[in-house]
Design a protein around this ligand. Structure first.
Ligand SMILES: Nc1ncnc2c1ncn2[C@@H]1O[C@H](COP(=O)(O)OP(=O)(O)O)[C@@H](O)[C@H]1O
Ligand SMILES: [Mg+2]
Length: 337
């Protein structure tokens, strides 16, 4: 039996997609067992790079896609068996296909969808004004703009307005701030926060570490169809900042031995923690080392190896870890466990 404080529960969700045709037909494993729980009134961010399985996960939880196995419940209802009960209670905003009428204005679109949701006319008219106001479409004078003339930010605001029309207990949003202007992104984040403060539950996906950090109560990092790490933003950050990337620019001389450079670096840095790209007569090198180790000793070692292999060091720079470093770090740790 489900506990009342658990708004969304996903257990071991798996999903494969067929790709290719004929002899080249094969399967992509989009989800390899996704498990997580979102508590009532919580903002849960599913954070991951492109292709990690974020959209597949939210489509399953939104009843738009069937899992191959595993189960998911929203407010105690099974997303497959009780999909109509689930649909009544969720507001869904998917990033790619927002499905509005291009010739209709923001207000007209909301009217159209409000009627589809079965909201009585009188109530709907008031509700439309309320949500147009809430998402700031009135403030920016876009409420009577046809959808086709709207900016991405306006479209996203309208998407959120449509979700709010239904007064959903649970909101599910797939990369709602992707590509938006900063004011629209900020508006959407602050709306989600106030909705959660009212006791609603929010499941949101993002590939933006910063966004996950400022927006959510809990973050699940998803990589290649698995949640590899989960925690509050601050607990996650503590783990994440344990790596330091160092980048180098090397000049290629006539004696340069690229394979030799690769081999020697392979002995210095763990597998998967180096990248080498050739750019004209230069080589860009990037290594990621544990924070606890001394950066200078690595810079010295790389300088020596480069010289031995016929490269001249032009520049070495200690960087801040990127989200990608974090993913590589947590996935390699997950693989080792
Ligand atoms: N309809 C589909 N057909 C084939 N492959 C798909 C389909 N949907 C998703 N995939 C694949 O499943 C993986 C996860 O995709 P997706 O859930 O969209 O990731 P994300 O939203 O994190 O970018 C990717 O490898 C993607 O190419
Ligand atoms: Mg996606």
């Amino acid at each position: 039996m489900i506990k009342a404080e658990e708004a969304i529960v996903a257990r071991d969700l798996r999903k494969r997609f067929p790709v290719g045709m004929g002899l080249r037909r094969k399967q992509v494993e989009a989800l390899k067992g996704v498990t997580f729980t979102v508590r009532r009134g919580e903002i849960y961010a599913l954070l991951g790079p492109n292709g990690a399985g974020k959209t597949t996960t939210v489509r399953i939880i939104s009843t738009l896609l069937l899992p191959d196995s595993g189960e998911a419940r929203v407010l105690g209802y099974d997303v497959v068996k009780d999909r109509w009960e689930v649909r009544k209670r969720i507001g869904v905003m998917l990033s790619v296909e927002r499905g509005f009428y291009w010739k209709l204005t923001a207000r007209e679109n909301l009217y159209y969808f409000g009627r589809i949701y079965g909201i009585p006319k009188r109530k709907l008219l008031g509700k439309i004004e309320e949500v147009l106001d809430l998402v700031g479409l009135k403030e920016i004078g876009a409420e009577d703009k046809p959808y086709e003339e709207m900016s991405l930010g306006m479209k996203a605001r309208l998407g959120l307005a449509r979700v709010l029309l239904k007064d959903p207990e649970v909101l599910i949003l797939d990369e709602p701030t992707l590509g938006l202007d900063p004011p629209s992104a900020r508006m959407i984040r602050s709306m989600l926060r106030s909705l959660a403060d009212e006791g609603r539950t929010v499941l949101v996906t993002t590939h933006n570490m910063y966004e996950a950090e400022i927006l959510s109560d809990k973050v699940g990092i998803i990589v290649s169809g698995r949640i590899v790490m989960e925690g509050t933003p601050s607990s996650l950050k503590r783990t994440v900042y344990k790596v330091v990337p160092i980048s180098f620019r090397l000049k290629i001389t006539p004696m340069a031995d690229l394979e030799g450079l690769r081999t020697s670096l392979g002995m210095l840095v763990e597998a998967g923690r180096t990248s080498i790209t050739v750019n004209g007569d230069e080589v860009r090198l990037r290594i990621v080392i544990p924070r606890v180790e001394r950066e200078e000793s690595y810079i010295e070692a790389v300088t020596r190896i480069s010289y031995e292999k016929g490269f001249k060091l032009l520049e070495a720079r200690v960087e801040e870890p990127s989200l990608e470093d974090v993913f590589i770090e947590v996935s390699s740790r997950a693989a080792a466990n």
